[in-house]
Design a protein around this ligand. Sequence first.
Ligand code: PMP
Length: 436
Amino acid sequence: VASSPDEPGLLAARTQAFAPVQEHYYEAPPRIERGWRHHLIDVRGRGYLDMVNNVAILGHGEPRIADAVERQLRLLNTNSRFHYGAVVELSEALAARAPAGLDTVLLVNSGSEAVDLALRMVRAATGRADVLALTEAYHGWTVGADAVSTSLGDNPHALATRPDWVHLLDAPNAYRGRHRGPDAGRYLEDALERLEELDSAGVSLAGLIAEPIFGNGGGILLPDGYLAGLASAVRERGGLVVSDEVQVSYGRLGEHFWGFDQQGVVPDVSAVAKAMGNGHPLGAVITTRAIAEAFAVEGSFFSSAGGSPVSCVVGSTVLRVLDQDGLQENARVVGALLADGLRSLARRHPALGAVHGMGLYLGVEVVAGGPDAPDPVAAREICEDLLTEGVIVQPTGDHKNVLKIKPPLTIDAAAVRRFLGALGRVMELREARAAL
Ligand code: PMP
């Protein structure tokens, strides 16, 4: 185990005390003590630009969240069995943001819980068990959410070990998959054929679960019309559509508040978390009254901390601050600046392939010659070099070769210039070293 320059021994102690399945990415990770907006500060007072934190959507150390938590914690923090105003305020605010018809909310503590509950709800509403999922997807760690997770970056055995109620469609990856660029429309044709095969095999789907943009896959947009076509084919068969909004919603895409808006689809059930609590454990399922009622027939639903008064004031404050500070618009404007800068770096440095995504949800491919040669070693080295530049970026994707770039929505043009300057220097140095 590498020792951290900040506190030799602490990293080794972490490895002893903490399960070894949790990555910390760096050889010698800095020991982070505090955060402020899109900056992290280590115990030695060194600042880092946080380019990966899509959970702390409002930035770190947001005082309006801290004040709301403190006030509510001193008043009341019990569970949603009791009647209090905060749960109504948050549920109404979420339903008001959702498309017409998605007017009923259930509150939980995380994305995995939201996905798990969403799966139970589509099963209850249809009386069926089977679910359609896409490859290259991550939906969470609980038994249900893990069953529909297929990302090889998280579990190299995922495709061989899904339970028999999970049916897979090839990820419509227009960069590296079977159909590329302008041919990506053919993924929908393939998916419709697969549905016909399932029909012939007598499989009745409870529904489809999909990320509307591949999050862990590296910010890859689905081909235009893909989700809409697939959703209507699933619905024709009596199935329901679950959108996993855990990564890409809450205005991060700039032009859209919800991920499914980007695909022009209204799901039957939407699973939300991460940004919803700005780091506080909070998630939600937003669905129709009819689906919620069908689920209620199965019995009551109760989560001890999901929808607690503190969680609810956090949730309502996040939505208020997003609006007050115009952060969705910032994602659109600053995200465009960032994507332009990344694309111009990718033109100059052959190891940088496509730039995926939109708004402040971007991914940069690191490749050794093209889409078929993903380069996870280089991606990791680039992240290490960026750390020395004081920038936090981490790799993602099935091949762990995509730089995930999804900073707090507070990021501004000056921070974008700093990041692009650092990445440019790192790439130039790599090329100079390779030329020696
Ligand atoms: N869905 C998606 C798309 C995610 O990216 C994640 C987390 N990375 C989850 C679900 C699970 O969320 P959580 O970690 O809050 O359980």
